[in-house]
Design a protein around this ligand. Sequence first.
Ligand SMILES: C[S@@+](CC[C@H](N)C(=O)[O-])C[C@H]1O[C@@H](n2cnc3c(N)ncnc32)[C@H](O)[C@@H]1O
Length: 378
Amino acid sequence: MNLIAKTFQGLEDELAKEITSLGGREVRVLKRAVSFTGDKALLYRVNLSAATALRVLVHLFEFRFYDQKSYYRQMREFRWEQHMHVDNTFAIDAVVQSKVFPHTRMAMYKAKDAIVDRFRDRTGRRPNVATREEDVRIHVFVKDRKARVYLDSSGSSLHLRGYKRRVGVAPLNEVLAAGLLRLSDWDATLPLIDPMCGSGTIPIEAALMAARQPVNALRSFGFMKWLSFEETIWNKVYQQAMDEAIEADCVILGGDKQARMIEVARANATRGGVERLVHFEHRDMKDWDRNGNPGVLLFNPPYDKRMEEADVRAFYHDIGDILKQNWQAHTAWMITANLDALKFVGLKASRRIPLFNGPLESRLVRYELYKGRKEGII
Ligand SMILES: C[S@@+](CC[C@H](N)C(=O)[O-])C[C@H]1O[C@@H](n2cnc3c(N)ncnc32)[C@H](O)[C@@H]1O
């Protein structure tokens, strides 16, 4: 099978490494995605365990067309009945850049008509288009006069791990958190601390990574509703991934100044099965007592559009002071989309990694906070 896993811009290399270690072949880095080949077991494994994948698509077919008619005809000629049942509901996503279609919706409607018409001709009945929670999700990419068609094996986005029921105002996306951890090179030998942990995403993802637990063991996937789903293969893949988990021995801490968020983070960690590995404290970032003990900080400060510009700048300035004074001997990684406020931290970053949090251009920056020194240096 030819497969494509999607991710955030800036995490492609991390995803490629994960897919390679899970057994993917012919792994190639694309923009916001990684292409690879593999069998059904690999497809299931990547959905279950690749922490930096947002969704995994299976290539079905591709064709050239001249006009809307030839596009419709070729869509209709494909043997859809091999992939879905007339009783399945389906949905189509399309990304279209072509003069043949005045707008994206037109390419979606034509594809939908082709599938419905094929089933109606063959069975006298038609599958229904779902508005949500469809059985089968189809992705169509149209560029000029070429169409590529994929099946979405994940269903809902893979950041929906299943451990979060409650979140704060601006929870970090789980896939992004997993990517930040991999970019930070944290290897579980030093303590990891998120002093602004909100709903606990970073500590929970860190614990899953340290314990080598499959990140998506709590959820179901689109491929489970496919005609081709093989439960015995899935059970084997699942069991193998669970058996590979280890008893991790590391320190992972989360803190937040809001008591309510600490309750939420604890509940999420319990649901994620990692409560033994993470410890949450209701505490302001400036009140931790870890000065001089080596460790890694990873956090995303609030990014609140309602905050006045001067307040945001002052807030980032305070973060810089707190890092210098209270977190010596730590490496601090911080991600933010507020590139202006970042300048006010007042520390020299030893790395700046551009990333996209969805459409938001962000930076992951690293500050080395040397012991006994008041400033971070390169
Ligand atoms: C953008 S949210 C973090 C989201 C988190 N990563 C998650 O996945 O839910 C920022 C958090 O920082 C907390 N916060 C703000 N100032 C703080 C401070 N001085 N000390 C500790 N926590 C703080 C807020 O209460 C908020 O929960």
